[in-house]
Structures are given as structure tokens and as C-alpha cells.
Design a protein around this ligand. Sequence first.
Ligand SMILES: [Zn+2]
Length: 385
Amino acid sequence: VSTLPRCVELLREYIAIPSVNPMHRDDVPAAVAGERRYAEHVAAQLRALGLDAAVIGSGERASVVAEARPVGAGGPPLLVASHLDTVPVDGMEIDPFDPQVADGRVLGRGACDTKSGLAALVAALERLLPTGRLRRPLVVVGEADEESGSRGVRDVLDHLGERRPAWVLATEPTELRLVTHHKGIAHARLVARGTAAHASRPESGRNALYAIARAALALERLGERLSARVDPMLGPATLSVGMLSAGHAPNIVPDEAWLIADRRLLPGETLASAQREIEAAAAGADPSVRLDWCIEGKPCLATPAEEPGVRECASVLEALGRDPHPAAAGFATDAGVFATYGVPGVVLGPGSIEQAHTAREWVAIEQVEAMEAFFVRLLEREPGS
Ligand SMILES: [Zn+2]
């Protein structure tokens, strides 16, 4: 006889449906890649609860959008977004898709990041909907591709069109802390072009490795200058060169070299401004270095404490005896992507980022149950109350 709470049963169901984000790799087996199976499963569950659910997106990279508008509840909806994708499962020390329950924990890929967030929400809706206790318009979203390109958010907002949400709650492992701030992420690739020559006659070539090395050191100095740019919630802007490559053989002067830098953005910084700073530093270091690309991983999140979503979440957390103070996270989320489309948001969910993406990913059952209780309280309130 199962004595597991409903939210844990749902979480085990969700973990058993692989939804690995291939993250631009071509060696992730088709049997586990993509979000469509999981999206279809959740859509069927939400339809059974009376929601108007659609599976959207192309190919295997599907998202689910389900809308509920209780009789008499007007105004723009609250949108709860819980990304469907997980990171790949290479090197895991547990069976990623056969969820085990032990010592008050559920283990499996996505247990913490972030299938427990959706399990808590669906368990809460199973309590609220049959008894008519949902008091606000709600959009439940399971979006594809949070871990890589955020295509799911764009698909979802296209699908909703004029039905713009009032605010978004993105479930991510924050241990139920109310996260209103995180940095944005940008990656930039620099390329140096030189001229190959025999290594015995280096003066007859132009060494691209030396050029990219000068650019790398210029970026180190740029990073030091950026550390003086500090946000009170988020700390300093940062820059780190994470990859660098050059050369074909020791006896050839390299004709090409590249590096990739990681830049963490503060509110007020843009992809364009970060790109200009990197380009200027590189050009000053060596004229043969060019910017190949600069792309945004995720935008930053900086939601003011006065926003209704922040106030409502704080009030529910307080009622549950939990810390209601706005906090910053060290990771970036789809709430930042929603914010760039004008939808303010918060990040709040069960589990700790310490266990996300790990070889033995787990979530504490207590956290999932607490998140279900949070959703029950939030969703049975009138908006703004
Ligand atoms: Zn996540």
C-alpha cells in the first residue's frame, strides 16, 4: 500500500518520462531527448482537471500551456512556468529515470530541477479545482528548452497572444526562497586570424595564438574593471574566459585561434553594451582579433519589491512561517526571459540548486509538500488580496 503523498507520486511519474534537453549535442538518444512525451502527459492530466490545455512547439521540443479561468474571476492571469527539460544524464550514479524514494528524498534526473515544482502545482490543482477553490485566472506552463535557448518562453507568449499574464512565477530550486533578482548571462567568442608558417621560421608567419592570448589578458583586465560595477542585490558584474584553443601541431605557427568568454550582466547592462566592451578590449589588445558572436544565455531579473507578484508571494510565505524577504539567486532563469517581454516575475520552488544537475540529483519530500502548500494558499486567494 502506497503511503506516498500525491505530490511525490506525481514527481515519480514525471521523472520516469525522460525530457532531456540535447543542448546542441547529437549523441543524446532519441528515446530520452526532447520534452514532447512529458508535455503530452501533463496536458492530459490538466485536461482531466478541466483546464484548456495545448501542446505547442515544433518536433520533440514541445511546451504545454493550460488555462483556467474560474467563474467570476477577471483580469490578467497568473502564469506559473515550470520548465519541462532536464540537463543530460551522462555520469549519473543513479538510474536517472527510475525514481527511488529513500530517507525523505526522491532521487532522479529532474527531481530537483524542476519536475518537483510542476508536481507540487498539479497536486495543488487536484485539491483546489474539484472543490471550486481556484480563485484566480491561471496559466500553467511547462516550457521547453530552459537549459539552453529558452525557445519555450517565446512559443508560450506567441500562443497566448493578447492574453498577457499579470506576472510569472518560475519554479526553480530556491528552497522556497523568494528570488526576485539574478544576473544575466552572455557568451562571446573571439577569433584571431594569422598566417601559418614553419615553426623553424616563425618570423615569416603571424601567430594567431599570441594574438588570442593578448586578447585573453585584456579580458582579464576588463573583468577586474567590471568588478567595481556592483549591484546592491547581485554583487559585481563579472567576466571569465572559459575556453581557448589554437594550433594544429607544435611545428606550425597557428593561423587561427579562438576563445569564449562568459559575462554575467547586471540590471542596466545590455548584450550590446557588454559586446562593445569586449570588442574594444580585444581590438586594443591585438588588431587581428575579431568578435565572432556574442549571444545572450539568459537576461537578468530585477523585479522591484513593490510588484504585486512579489508582495503576494511574500504574504503567502509569511503565512506559512517561511522567509518572505526578496533574495538573489546565483543562477539565471526563464523569469528573466519573461521580464524582457514585459512580464514581471519571481522565482520560487522546492529543492536546492546544490542538487541540481548532479550525479545523484534529489529533492527533499518536505520541500515538495511545502511547495504544494504554497501553491494552495496562493491560488485560493483573490488576486491582489
Ligand atoms: Zn531549472
